[in-house]
Design a protein around this ligand. Structure first.
Ligand code: ADP
Ligand code: MG
Length: 708
């Protein structure tokens, strides 16, 4: 027998999830049926039924080691929140306790909402907020051998007056919107059997892993999640030797743990590989229903962080932990699936004949063109400002890549009014007799496109690595629902459906062809070409935010009851605040590090140089001390520059902090503070290249990236 322990993923997959199989086994038939009714068609669960479910959930969770439960929710911080309550009831007369969990506790929670971002929706004194069970996303137990094992119940979070205070509520609303409009559309095409259409989402997550001891020596990573200083190491990613490279043992063992934890939580972790930058990796699960995939992405981020600690590693989810080195993103693969398994984004072999597909496709192009600025806003967070448009991530200009085959079909439609053929994939000859020849895809890939069609799904590649992927999907679902609705409004009234569809596809293709781009998204030419086409090029988060409340956006969100104008306004406020707070923390961390660590270290170095000059001179007056003198002069010059940049940064940060919260303040942070931060970083990074390694107060990029 082999020494290797036999391990079957199927044995542990979903072990910690109160999934359908567990419910079918543990819930009384009637209860199970009622719950499914609500899961599929909505409506309220009666309290008696909820009591039965809660009891079984609790019993099951206790068997898994849980002592507490929590309503697990996604406030507008981009992260998840939880407050743990133990299952214990008040002690009985004889001093013993019981473990209890009621239907009411399952369905509704009442966290004090005043400390979560609300964007003015709720004053601090009106602290009441509610969490409500999202029964379409299964509860799970998060086991923690060294901490508390908790039953986590995915919930939505809203204010006393019913406004959404979280990511999930609008997401669920947007899923309902697209379900309704997609059904309307496919009915027109003769589909009478599908009952539900759901966005399917597959999220690829990038991250960095570094050594925890080194991490703890970097105050910037601790406070800001990214390096605020740091000179480039002699070797970066120019050799491309990390991408898909062999995974180092320490990382492999970390990934093994991450996968096992995720599998137990029912997250179908599927793909892992090294990414482009040194110390950078990617994890992707198999796609799932939109809200579940979004929950799972949060679990993936949490798990990546938690498990790293156990291996004395640290996981950086920030979009740009290291300047000059590729940053991290998240790819949101999006398609639409019916309950009977039809993917509405599947073109088939001959897309030109697939009229329903062409209608869906041109609706998506229309949506993305009309709401490009909103889509751009949905992917903005402070960290992503370092990436979008920076030749490693998609450009800040939103465009769609369709690939040769579909682009050709669209061209035929636009120029002649009808498409008569589809380019086929050709046989790929490897030139080696023992290797199989195979059929090429009809379409190559384009890595620079923000919104790329990849066979039977669109891949939205602009989302930030540490951000919630919910807003991007809320926007996609809503704007595409709107395009479907617009199309249905026309088609339902048509006398001759075939002619009407044909005309509408042609109309949308013609009107929105400008959003299609297959060239190099990183090139300067594209920036000019996009401008000529009238496509927005929104370079920063503060410039992107207003798109949430422009007329078009408000109309779309309100039409499908995804968000009210008030909710959108509150989100805008939160975004400005988040931006201001993030930059403020970074600025404070910068002058703390520069003032308390870097300047003193540099002074020590100048002292060492001065001492050397004096000692050498007195020992041997004829020997040249030019090297020391030159270094001393250069170091002192940079030190002066550092000090004055530091004072300037302090001044503008102080001004920013005292401004009233909102648009103007966020813009001031962007235009003044961020610029002052860059001005401080410049001389410090130059000093790092000069000052003796033993004196530099923190690990270098080389130490962090190459010594994991
Ligand atoms: P890559 O983008 O590297 O080619 P894949 O295409 O294999 O990777 O998949 C990336 C992600 O897209 C995975 O999470 C995968 O499950 C998901 N995915 C695959 N097909 C679909 C689909 N039809 N709808 C949504 N996501 C999908
Ligand atoms: Mg991809």
């Amino acid at each position: 027998m082999s020494e290797t322990e036999y391990f079957n993923v199927a044995d542990i997959f979903g072990e910690n999830v109160f999934n359908d199989a567990v419910m079918r086994e543990r819930l009384p038939k009637g209860t199970y049926k009622k719950l499914h009714e609500v899961m599929e068609n909505g409506g309220d669960l009666d309290l008696a039924t909820a009591d039965v479910i809660a009891h079984e959930m609790k019993e099951w969770a206790i068997e898994k080691g849980a002592t507490h439960y929590t309503h697990w929710f996604q406030p507008l911080t981009g992260m998840t929140a939880e407050k743990h309550d133990s299952f214990i009831s008040a002690p009985m007369a004889d001093g013993r306790i019981l473990m209890s969990f009621s239907g009411k506790e399952l369905i509704k929670g009442e966290p004090d909402a005043s400390s979560f971002p609300s964007g003015g929706l709720r004053a601090t004194f009106e602290a009441r907020g509610y969490t409500a069970w999202d029964c379409t996303s299964p509860a799970f137990v998060r086991q923690d051998p060294e901490g508390t094992t908790v039953l986590c119940i995915p919930t939505a979070f809203c204010s006393y007056t019913g406004e959404a205070l979280d990511q999930k509520t609008p997401l669920l609303r947007s899923m309902e919107a697209i379900n309704e409009q997609a059904l309307r559309l496919i009915r027109l095409f003769g589909n009478t059997t599908s009952k539900k259409v759901t966005p399917s989402i597959g999220i690829e997550q990038e991250y960095f892993i570094i050594d925890r001891d080194k991490y703890l020596k970097r105050k910037d990573l601790i406070f800001a999640g990214r390096t605020l200083f740091g000179a480039m190491p002699p070797k970066g990613q120019e050799m491309d030797d990390h991408y898909f490279g062999t995974i180092r043992q320490r990382i492999a063992s970390y990934m093994k743990d991450v996968n096992e934890e995720l599998w137990k939580l029912g997250v179908s972790a599927k793909t892992q590989h090294n990414e482009v930058a040194p110390a950078q990796h990617e994890l992707a699960p198999i796609y799932a229903q939109c809200n579940v995939a979004v929950d799972h992405n949060q679990l993936i981020m949490e798990t990546l962080k938690r498990v790293a600690g156990r291996h004395n590693l640290h996981c950086l989810l920030h979009e740009k932990p290291f300047a000059g080195v590729n940053g991290s993103g998240k790819h949101d693969n999006w398609s639409l699936t019916t309950d009977d398994g039809i993917n509405l984004l599947e073109p088939g072999d001959t897309p030109h004949e697939n009229i329903q597909f062409l209608m869906v496709l041109t609706c998506i192009l229309k949506a993305v063109d009309e709401h490009a600025a909103l889509l751009r806003a949905s992917a903005s967070d402070p960290g992503n400002d370092h990436r979008l448009g920076a030749n490693e991530a998609p450009p800040a200009i939103i465009s769609a890549f369709l690939g040769e085959q579909l682009e050709d079909v669209i061209n035929q439609l636009v120029s002649t009014g009808s498409a008569t053929h589809s380019l086929a994939g050709q046989r790929l000859h490897t030139g080696v007799s023992t290797l199989p020849d195979f059929m090429k895809d009809a379409t190559d890939r384009n890595r620079t496109s923000p919104f790329a069609f990849t066979g039977n799904k669109f891949e939205f590649r602009s989302v930030g690595s540490q951000d919630s992927v919910a807003p991007a999907n809320v926007v996609l679902n809503t704007i595409i629902a709107e395009a479907f609705a617009d199309a249905c409004d026309v088609l339902e009234k048509a006398d001759n459906f075939d002619i009407a569809v044909h005309d509408l596809i042609k109309k949308y293709a013609t009107e929105h062809q400008r959003i299609i781009f297959s060239g190099d998204g990183y090139s300067e030419d594209w920036v000019k070409e996009a401008e000529r086409r009238g496509l927005p090029n929104i370079k920063s988060m503060v410039e992107a935010i207003p798109a949430y409340v422009d007329e078009k956006s408000v109309a779309a969100f309100e039409r499908f009851h995804v968000m009210t104008k008030t909710e959108l306004e509150s989100r805008v406020e939160i975004e400005y605040e988040t931006y201001a707070k993030t930059i403020n923390i970074e600025a404070l961390a910068m002058y703390d590090i520069a003032g308390k660590h870097i300047i003193p270290a540099v002074i020590r170095y100048t002292t060492r140089l001065a001492e050397s000059i004096n000692q050498v001179k007195s020992a041997c007056p004829d020997v040249s001390v030019k090297v020391q003198s030159d270094l001393l002069a250069e170091t002192s010059r940079l030190l002066t520059e550092t000090q004055s940049a530091l004072l300037h940064l302090k001044e503008v940060t102080e001004t920013a902090k005292n401004m009233e919260r909102g648009c103007e303040q966020a813009n001031y942070y962007h235009n003044e503070v961020v610029v002052a931060m860059a001005a401080l970083r410049k001389p410090v990074d130059a000093l790092e290249m000069i000052v003796a390694k033993d004196l530099w107060p923190m690990p270098s990029y080389g130490d962090l990236l190459f010594e994991v």
